[in-house]
Design a protein around this ligand. Structure first.
Ligand SMILES: *Cc1c(COP(=O)(O)O)cnc(C)c1O
Length: 346
C-alpha cells in the first residue's frame, strides 16, 4: 500500500540517497585481514568518541551482545539482566545455546531499572552449588525510557563491588543522549564510559541498513573478534556498511530529537482519545493500551488497514518514530488512529 506510515520499529528506515552515495564511495579491503579502511576508521572513531580503547564492527545488535556475553562469560557462568532486556528475552537464547551461559533475569521496576537490592541478592557466593556470577547487563534506552544517570552510576558501582563486569546494550544509546541536555556525542560518552563494554546499533534510528559496534578494552575486543569469526560474522569488504554507519554518526545523531518531538506530538494528539490509554512519549516511542471491552482486540490490524503500522496489541501497542516519518506523517498517523477508534466504536 502506498502512503503507509510504518511505526513498527526504527529498524525499518531505508538508507537515504546521501548515505548510499557515501556507501558507494567507501574505500574497502578485506576486514577479516583487518584491511578495510572504512571499517577501521569507524571502529577507531566510535571507540574514541565513546571513551574506549577498542571497537568491533558487527553485523547486528544481537551479534554484538552475543559476542559480548561470550567474551565476558564462560560455560557455567552467569549474567544478570532484566527479564525484558533484549539480550535475554529477544535474542534466541544465543548465550545459553552457544556458550553454556546461564542468565539470571530480574524484574524491572516502573522506570525500567533493576532494584539494586535484587541485583545484590542475585550475585552468587563462590560455592559449587551455584553458577559463577560474572556480568551485569543494563539497557539504555530501555523500551524508549532513558535510564537515570544516577542509577547507572549506582548499579555499575555495585557490580564492581562484587567483581562483576558490566555491559550496556546501548542499541539506542544516542536516543538516550539526545534526550539529555548538552552535546549528544558527549552525553553518549558519559553514559557509555561507565561500562566495561557497550553495544551501539546503527541500523535503528540512526538509519544505516546494517551494523552495530561493540566497544571494550583491547583484550576484550580481541576475544570478541574471535567469537565474531566463529559466529560467521567475519565480513570481507564490510566498508560499504561501515561507511553508512559513519555517515549516520555525522548526520543522523542530532536529528533523533525530531523523532522524539514527533513521538510527543503523536501522543499529544491522542491524549484522552476514547478507547485508548496513550502514555507519554518515551524518546522515540509511544505505548498505547486499548481499553478492553471498548476497543476491539484487533486494533493493530484495523490500523494497518488504514495505513498505520504498529506492533503488539496484547496488551500494549508500540509506535516507533524514526528517520522515515515526518512531522506531517506523525500528525496524520495520530488522526488515522482517532478515525479508526471512532469507526470501531460506531
Ligand atoms: C534491536 C535491538 C537489539 C538487537 O539488534 P538487531 O540488530 O536487531 O539484532 C539489541 N538490543 C536492543 C535494546 C534492541 O532494541
Amino acid at each position: 500500500m502506498d502512503n503507509v506510515i510504518d511505526l513498527r520499529s526504527d529498524t525499518v528506515t531505508r538508507p537515504t540517497d546521501a548515505m548510499r552515495t557515501a556507501m558507494a564511495r567507501a574505500e574497502v579491503g578485506d576486514d577479516v585481514f583487518g584491511d578495510d579502511p572504512a571499517v577501521n576508521a569507524l571502529q577507531e572513531r566510535v571507540a574514541q568518541l565513546l571513551g574506549f580503547r577498542a571497537a568491533l564492527f558487527v553485523s547486528s545488535g544481537t551479534q554484538s551482545n552475543l559476542c559480548a556475553l561470550l567474551s565476558h562469560c564462560g560455560r557455567g557462568e552467569e549474567y544478570i539482566a532484566g527479564s525484558n532486556a533484549h539480550l535475554y528475552s529477544h535474542e534466541g537464547g544465543g548465550a545459553a545455546a552457544l556458550g553454556g551461559i546461564q542468565p539470571q533475569p530480574l524484574p524491572h521496576q516502573e522506570d525500567g531499572t533493576l532494584d539494586l537490592a535484587d541485583i545484590e541478592a542475585a550475585v552468587k557466593p563462590d560455592d559449587p552449588h551455584f553458577a559463577r556470577s560474572r556480568l551485569l547487563c543494563l539497557e539504555n534506552t530501555f523500551s524508549g525510557t532513558v535510564i537515570a544517570p544516577e542509577y547507572v552510576q549506582a548499579a555499575t558501582a555495585l557490580a564492581r563491588k562484587h567483581q562483576l563486569a558490566t555491559h550496556l546494550d546501548g542499541a539506542r544509546l544516542f536516543n538516550a543522549a539526545v534526550a539529555g541536555d548538552g552535546d549528544p556525542y558527549e552525553g553518549a560518552r558519559k553514559i557509555a564510559e561507565q561500562f566495561d563494554s557497550v553495544s551501539v546499533c546503527f541500523s535503528k534510528g540512526l538509519g544505516a541498513p546494517v551494523g552495530s559496534v561493540l566497544l571494550g578494552s583491547p583484550e576484550f575486543i580481541g576475544e570478541a573478534r574471535r567469537w565474531r569469526k566463529a559466529l560467521g560474522g567475519g565480513m570481507r569488504q564490510a566498508g560499504v556498511l561501515a561507511a553508512a554507519a559513519s555517515y549516520a554518526l555525522d548526520h543522523h545523531v542530532r536529528r533523533l530529537a525530531d523523532d522524539h518531538a514527533n513521538a510527543a506530538l503523536f501522543a499529544e494528539i491522542l491524549d484522552g482519545v476514547p478507547g485508548l490509554e496513550v502514555g507519554p512519549a518515551r524518546t522515540n516511542m509511544v505505548f498505547a493500551r486499548p481499553v478492553p471491552g471498548v476497543t476491539p482486540p484487533d486494533l493493530v490490524e484495523r490500523l494497518a488497514a488504514r495505513g498505520v503500522l504498529g506492533t503488539g496489541g496484547r496488551p500494549q501497542i508500540r509506535f516507533v518514530f524514526h528517520l522515515d516519518v515526518s512531522r506531517a506523517d506523525a500528525e496524520r498517523a495520530a488522526h488515522l488512529v482517532r478515525e479508526t477508534l471512532a469507526a470501531a466504536a460506531a
